[in-house]
Design a protein around this ligand. Sequence first.
Ligand code: S1T
Length: 544
Amino acid sequence: MKLAHALLQALKDYGAGEIFGIPGDFALPFFRQIELANTLPLYTLSHEPAVGFAADAAGRYRSTIGVACVTYGAGALNMINPVATAYAEKSALVVISGAPGAAERTMGLGLHHQVKHFDSQMLIMREVTCAQCVLDDPETAADEIARVLTAARHLSRPVYIELPRDMVEADISEVPAFKKQGKNVAAAREAARQTLKMLETKKQPAMLLGVEVRRYGLEKKVAKLARTLGIPVLTTFMGRGILAETGAPTAGTYLGLAGDPATRRLVERADGLLMLGVILCDTNFGVSKRQVDMRTSVHAFDGAVHFKHHSYSDIVLEAFVDALLAGAKKLGNAEPVTAIYPKGLKAADRQLLPQDVATAVNDHFAGHDVMPIASDMGDCLFTAMDIEHTALVAPGYYATMGTGIPFGLGLQAASGKRPLVLVGDGAFQMTGWELGNCRRLGLNPIVLLFNNTAWGMLKAFQKDTGYNDLDDWHFAELANTMGGNGVRVSTPGQLAQALETAHADTSCFQLVEIMLPRDVFSKTLSRFTGAIAKKSALSAEADT
Ligand code: S1T
């Protein structure tokens, strides 16, 4: 069969639900086949960073692969940041790039979009992906596609497929079907037995969940495990939103000194901590008051289970969770600990503050269905920690801006659910314009734009700086020209009304521009920056 059709069918069989992309002459032949074959819907956007973020979000939501398709050079290299985000945050993003054909490589001329040499792009992509291939041989193409897509699913990391434009209609064999990772059941059982034995002896055990629980589609199983064990269940900052769609109660998100003290103590005072799929990084543990004691923790991550001072390698997370489920029994006697979120915003006629946005959203969710949330980096993400626990896609570790709107578009394309998007004015300046594609693509997110006319999070770190101030772009007034509705609000009453109006109008995207003071931040961000400042002061003192 034609290589293009074999590749498209394989993408679908390995879990993709759509393709995001921007064509270019090196990719035109493949885009033509995408349209003719109609195996997967194609969403074209305006700038490749958004293509990568949207595809990543779609894969995260589905716990499978997301697919981004771009042209050689200018397109693919424009997408390095989203691919790096996917790598750091363990997301199975598949990048397909058009490339020069064999004849063009022997013309003896430098080609447009080429960098140093023909393989420059592959060399750059190697650094931000876990597997790569060039489909330049019909004999090996099918197995190469299977190898790379399997790596994406097994390792939950991005992969790179380079497709020379003269190979799109080459005749190749069918791509071998996806095979789930082999399970080292005996090792998983032994690790689970030891884990449960340890937890049974503890007075204050707890469970901390990270992104791999979502990436490998294990939320239902982990929710059942949580209910059986009957111990407090929390998520990391990056893992926020995990279990939300299972209805299992969670005790909130562990944010160290940036979070609620009672929540913090559940993790830091746990004498037995079971960490599933948790990335050990600074945004998850950087502002801990008391470092997690790895001697009394079990950490299952990246295909291994680390137990006190030894590790079980080659244990896939699902096998470990299955083994825990098989042997689990109730450990705690206490009722499950459920986090409480602020509600009841008074419609007073006063300046809005970041905290009010979370309360207003919780009030709105109380009267309507909870919405999945896509968030950008900035105080909007810290504010999200006070919003009801719901499915959340956010750059909680790699922490890049520009994700919010594209994440929202990818989330809605994959889920069919209308998302709530949280974005600051600085990040909106980067990729907010992708909203202009909503009418053509049939998407209608509700966007809450935190407009403090500044790179506010940086001002929280450096208060007396002028270079972090931005102009007021009056974003709400631009919404209509982009095919949506926009409104600017400055008081709690106006915000509550704007949420109701936005919810009622499903005809197009709704942009609610929330005017906030430049130097007032959410409680969580204030505590986060305060904790960072205290830690750096302490380490500076220690050095003297
Ligand atoms: N560029 C990109 C692509 N990502 C980044 N994270 C940064 C720069 C650095 C950076 C932050 S937070 C921040 C910047 C520039 C300001 C965000 O401003 P805005 O979107 O308006 O949100 P808010 O005002 O709520 O902060 C992180 C710390 O590295």
